[in-house]
Ligand binder design. Structure first.
Ligand SMILES: [Zn+2]
Length: 136
């Protein structure tokens, strides 16, 4: 149910989870601006916010995520939303969110590939291990 993080009626995974080779799922940018709003997967507390980066092709490690938000769902699960548009993050650390809370807009910050690079890279951690988000 990864669609819940973007306001769409259909699933648009452009690149699936592939274990350590791809630690989340990619969701396509849309020509419809409304569909590029990113929402919290479910209720939780914001535990990380990075909001200052541009596209950085070839970057590695945490920089490769570009701008991202982490949400702790307080049940052993955490979600991460990456490559967010610079200065679009509209939540702050410690904030309580629900699935109705917009957190940012899809962008291409960090290490993104393709002509525009714009997509959402979405990850789910269970007990600090990444799992396939398409099952959550
Ligand atoms: Zn990705």
């Amino acid at each position: 149910m990864v669609d819940r993080v973007i306001n769409r009626s259909s699933n648009r995974i452009s690149y699936p989870y592939a274990g350590k080779d791809h630690t989340g799922v990619d969701l396509l940018f849309s020509s419809n601006e409304e569909e590029n709003k990113v929402f919290a997967h479910s209720s939780g507390i914001v535990v990380a916010v990075v909001n200052k980066y541009n596209r950085m092709i070839g970057s590695t490690g945490m920089l490769s995520y570009g701008n991202y938000v982490d949400i702790d769902h307080e049940n052993g699960y955490k979600s991460r939303y990456a490559h967010l548009k610079k200065n679009s993050v509209c939540v702050s650390i410690g904030q309580s969110v629900t699935s109705d809370t917009q957190i940012a807009i899809i962008g291409n910050s960090g290490n993104t590939v393709g002509p525009t690079g714009r997509h959402l890279h979405f990850e789910i951690f269970k007990n600090n291990q990444r799992i396939d988000p398409s099952h959550t």
